[in-house]
Write a new protein. Structure first.
Length: 111
């Protein structure tokens, strides 16, 4: 995720994840796919409200929606989550070992 497009995409993903209800929906979808109606019921949301959350998650490519007849099925898009995980991981290795801290850095600089 290095280009401007990727940066904008990351903003969209993180903005979508900033909402507690959407994180709850993602958690539920990490266990099993569901219908939009099931998600609305499990999260005590009206259909218009759940559709707003679903659209946000879809725009961020965090979920995949497929329609069969009149029923919308939703599943987690693991590919996007793996990309976000890779983006986060690049910062975990920047300071070396996991126990590296600002205090350790300052101590080394003062030696």
């Amino acid at each position: 995720m290095n280009t401007t497009y990727d940066s904008l995409r990351l903003d969209t993903i993180l903005n979508s994840l900033a909402n507690q209800k959407r994180r709850g929906i993602l958690h539920e979808l990490s266990l099993n796919p569901a219908t939009v109606g099931q998600l609305a019921q499990h999260h005590d949301l009206s259909l218009p409200a759940i559709h707003r959350h679903i659209r946000s998650l879809e725009n961020a490519e965090l979920i995949i929606r497929k329609k069969s007849g009149r029923t919308n099925f939703v599943a987690l898009n693991q590919k996007t989550l793996h990309q976000v995980q890779a983006w986060i991981t690049q910062y975990q290795t920047g300071w070396g070992s996991p126990d590296a801290s600002l205090e350790n850095y300052i101590s080394r600089m003062n030696e």
